[in-house]
Each structure stands twice: as C-alpha cells, then as structure tokens.
Write a protein that binds this ligand. Sequence first.
Ligand code: HEM
Length: 120
Amino acid sequence: MKGLAFAFVLSAAVYLTIGMLWGITMGIQEDFTMAPAHAHLNLVGGVLMALFGLYYHAVPAAAATGLAKLHFGLATLGAWVFPTGIAIAQRGPHGVAIIGSFLVLAAMLAFLVMVLRDRA
Ligand code: HEM
C-alpha cells in the first residue's frame, strides 16, 4: 500500500492508538467525562479513515485525483477538530465542535462525490 491509501490507513492507526490510550487512561482515572470525545476520535479518526484508505487502495484511479487530496485534508482536519471540540464542549462552549462537525460532513460530501464519479 502506498500514496493516499497509505496516508489514510496510517492516520487511522495513529488515531486509534491515541484513542485507545485515551480510553485506558479514562478507565485508570475512573473519569469518563471525555467518553464522547474518545468515541469520536476512534470512529471519525480511526474507523472512517481506515475505510477511506481501503477504498482508495481498491480504486487507485480515484486516489490520483485532486478531489481525493481535498478529501484527505478535510478528513484530517475533521479528525482533529471534531473530537477536540467535543472535549471542550463537555465543560465549555460548543463552537469548535460545531465547526468540526461541518468539517467531517464536508469530508463525507467529498467522498460521496468521489464514489458517484467513480461509478462509471
Ligand atoms: C483500548 C481500547 C479502548 C478502551 C480502553 C476504551 C475505553 C472506553 C471507556 C472507559 C469508555 C467510557 C465507558 C463509560 O462511560 O462507561 C468508552 C466509551 C466508548 N468507546 Fe471506547 N475504548 C477503547 C476503544 C474504542 C474503539 C476502538 C471505539 C470505536 C471504534 C470506541 C468507542 C467507544 C464509544 C462509542 C463509547 C461510548 C461513548 C459515550 O458513551 O459517549 N472505543 N471507551
């Protein structure tokens, strides 16, 4: 695996490692306040990035497009900003979480266009 597919799968492995360590830390401290942020880092940063990486591995032509690079940029921003925003929102303002949610949505829309474009 190489290129964009590798970048997606490597990102997923890094975010899942961080997310799991975060989960273990929550368990040790017996403080589960950050469970929603942990969950979204694992799901948006881990599961979704891995799924995207496997798609680009299966469809190399799609990985070569500018839209795929935009998709990676949006997905990476979303994977950082959304869980961070959810963590802030546990005790503070919701603005960062809202921005993060729209970044994640924008990444998914880029992927939707990619999949539809790739149909032929
Ligand atoms: C070493 C691996 C992991 C550990 C130690 C861990 C630990 C935890 C802990 C302690 C909680 C809070 C439970 C509670 O509130 O009673 C939690 C919640 C959760 N975790 Fe993990 N987790 C791990 C991996 C994952 C992965 C890989 C995913 C998803 C792909 C995930 C998704 C979730 C979800 C959805 C919740 C519920 C969040 C909520 O209630 O708001 N976790 N986890």
